[in-house]
Design a binder for this molecule. Structure first.
Ligand code: AMP
Length: 479
């Protein structure tokens, strides 16, 4: 399948070529023809699958084909997305694909002065990308009118719920003409997303795209047992002794992000934090500096990091273990991309032991425990599961980790905890995530549930296309 086969017009094909896209991704192959046909879509597809182009390209094509070049620009397409970063990324995508179309887009979001956004809006745009809060503000001030919108995209719908934006989203939808095409994208399709679709989409085709493949086999997953207090010192030690050039560090709170950045700077390591309290300008600059290699460390909270398109990342550090195993997979999947290998280092304190166990159970694999300069024998012992069978004498290789600092800095590789056959830290070979199309058990069961319980949705799955579709019935044309 090529972009040519998808009936895409020449000026967009030219732009796609300049973007160096060879072939369409699964979500693009599935959705572009349907959007061009005018169908409403409910798609489960995550960031990283190419979903932005999947909706941006056909929307631009339809706008271009119906545009009266003499008329003033009006907002004809509205893309709702939960975060400023995603809004900017989507806007960049629209700009990239529309370079030969004379169609304009802009992104509006909170956290920055509205004057610049206002002046762009007054000049006229065709596509608006917005976060819900700022959009409502601008609508209430009569700066934005949505009465000409023909295409509505609700992006990352599950995140809209998670971030408490759904009321605002519903208010905005009410201001968009009912005679529109609606596309709803969500990483997962929960009951509440199905209700949102039922209320706002018309006979939608449902498409399930397997998440971006995260091949855990290419990611070295190491475990550092460490006290809470020593985590920053360990981070600094590892960056310095192992010459790590780019590391994304995940933390639970904004406050601790700031503190760690200060400590890293004191140690002369270039670092910046991104989280929701940072200004938009700061977040953009930090991300750009990190992507360009001008920063060694980017410290982020999960919300700020979601959907960030960072390629070629050497190392991910879970400074705090995440609350859910799905977040763990998502975090470590930022490394080991595009066929490269990667490393994920998890710092685990005693308080996080149960989180560690949940992650290991979920991935059906034990993380490899690593000896390090701050290893503490007593603490480490608390993590070693005693085999249930009768005690047998320990083989030599299973000797406990020394609590003494490791002064051997000649080795660039982390020392793995020696794993004998009986060691609980020997990784299992039947890794549930390696080389599979779906990366989480949860997403698989969601899919099964939705096919079993919701036969009224048109089902399309990349792996299991089903062309015997029955239209989804909306209550009295529910829009
Ligand atoms: P998205 O899921 O929309 O955030 O896209 C993830 C990344 O994939 C972005 O860097 C896009 O520029 C890139 N991308 C989208 N479509 C394609 C394609 N067909 N071929 C190669 N890269 C693509």
């Amino acid at each position: 399948m090529t972009f040519n086969d998808l009936q895409i017009i020449n000026p967009i094909l030219k732009a796609i070529e300049l973007a160096n896209y060879d072939t369409p991704t699964p979500v693009q192959t599935e959705t572009i023809p349907l959007i061009l046909e005018g169908k409403d879509i409910l798609a489960s597809a995550q960031t990283g699958t190419g979903k932005t182009a999947a909706f941006a390209i056909p929307i631009l094509q339809k706008l271009y084909q119906t545009k009266d070049q003499q008329a003033l620009r009006k907002i004809k397409a509205l893309i709702l997305t939960p975060t400023r970063e995603l809004a900017n990324q989507i806007s960049e995508n629209f700009t990239r694909y529309s370079r030969f179309l004379n169609l304009k887009n802009t992104a509006v979001y909170g956290g920055v002065h509205q004057r610049k956004q206002e002046s762009i809006l007054y000049k006229g745009i065709d596509v608006l990308i917005a976060t819900p809060g700022r959009l409502l503000d601008l609508m209430n001030q009569n700066i934005i009118h949505l009465n000409q919108v023909e295409y509505l995209v609700i992006d990352e719908a599950d995140m809209m719920f998670d971030m408490g934006f759904i009321k605002d989203v519903n208010k905005i939808i009410e201001s968009v003409p009912k005679n529109r095409q609606t596309l709803l994208f969500s990483a997962t399709i929960s009951k509440e997303i199905e209700y949102l679709a039922k209320d706002n989409l018309l006979s939608p085709i449902r498409i399930d795209i397997a998440p971006e493949v995260i091949t855990l086999d290419v990611i070295t997953q190491s475990l550092y047992i460490i006290t809470k207090k020593q985590k920053t010192a360990l981070l600094i030690e590892l960056i310095k002794t192992e010459n790590i050039a780019s590391v994304l560090v995940f933390m639970r709170t904004k406050h601790s992000c700031n503190k760690v950045v200060q400590e890293l700077e004191k140690a002369e390591i270039k670092a910046e934090a991104i989280h929701s309290n940072k200004s938009q300008a700061h977040r953009e600059r930090a991300l750009l500096n990190f992507k360009k290699g001008r920063l060694t460390v980017l410290v982020a909270t999960d919300i700020a990091a979601r959907g960030l398109d960072i390629k070629a990342l050497d190392v991910v550090v879970n400074y705090d273990l995440p609350e859910t195993p799905e977040t763990y997979i998502h975090r470590i999947g930022r490394t080991g991309r595009a066929g490269l290998s990667g490393r994920a280092l998890s710092f685990c304190s005693y308080e996080e032991k149960s989180l560690l166990r949940t992650i290991e159970k979920h991935i059906d694999q034990k993380l490899t425990m690593v000896d390090h300069p701050f290893s503490n024998e007593a603490l480490t012992a608390k993590f070693i599961e005693k085999p249930k069978q009768k005690k047998v004498s320990q083989p030599r290789s299973n000797k406990p980790i020394s609590s003494k600092p490791n002064n051997d800095k000649s080795s660039n590789k982390p020392k793995r905890y020696a794993a004998s056959d009986k060691s609980p830290y020997k990784p299992k070979s039947n890794n549930a995530y390696s080389n599979t199309a779906t990366s989480s058990k949860k997403s698989k069961s969601t899919w099964q549930k939705s096919t079993n319980n919701k036969p009224s949705f048109n089902q399309k799955t990349y792996n299991k296309p089903n062309h015997n579709q029955t239209p989804y019935e909306t209550k009295n044309n529910a829009r």
